[in-house]
Design a protein around this ligand. Structure first.
Ligand SMILES: *[C@@H]1O[C@H](CO)[C@@H](O)[C@H](O)[C@H]1NC(C)=O
Length: 97
């Protein structure tokens, strides 16, 4: 009798752990980030005239990944991408170039 209970417990453990694995292994549910090539291209344009170009590219890249858009032109035009426009750093200044 004890061995039957043990077998049942073991079976339910195996089943539940494989169920947990299945429910976590669903990459389709994760939001797909913008393709890096998109951000590279857009941020290259955005930062073409930036003084601190490395810095501009770094923050533009972060914002682009999160917002999936970059305003056109080298400055301004931020209404094209409200997410990009509204991102603030810890000092409440606009984070995105
Ligand atoms: C805004 O974007 C347009 C292209 O859509 C561009 O011609 C213009 O120069 C940009 N404005 C600024 C201030 O860069």
């Amino acid at each position: 009798m004890k061995s039957i209970i043990a077998a049942l417990l073991f079976a339910s453990l195996v089943l539940s752990s494989s169920f947990i694995q299945l429910s976590f292994a669903s990459p389709a549910a994760a939001p797909s980030p913008a393709p890096p090539s998109y951000c590279d291209g857009k941020c290259g344009e955005r930062c073409a005239k930036a003084g601190m170009k490395d810095r501009c590219l770094k923050y533009c890249g972060i914002c682009c990944q999160e917002c999936k858009c970059v305003p056109s032109g080298t400055y301004g035009n931020k209404s094209e991408c409200p997410c990009y426009r509204d991102k603030k750093n810890s000092k409440h200044q606009p984070k995105c170039p």
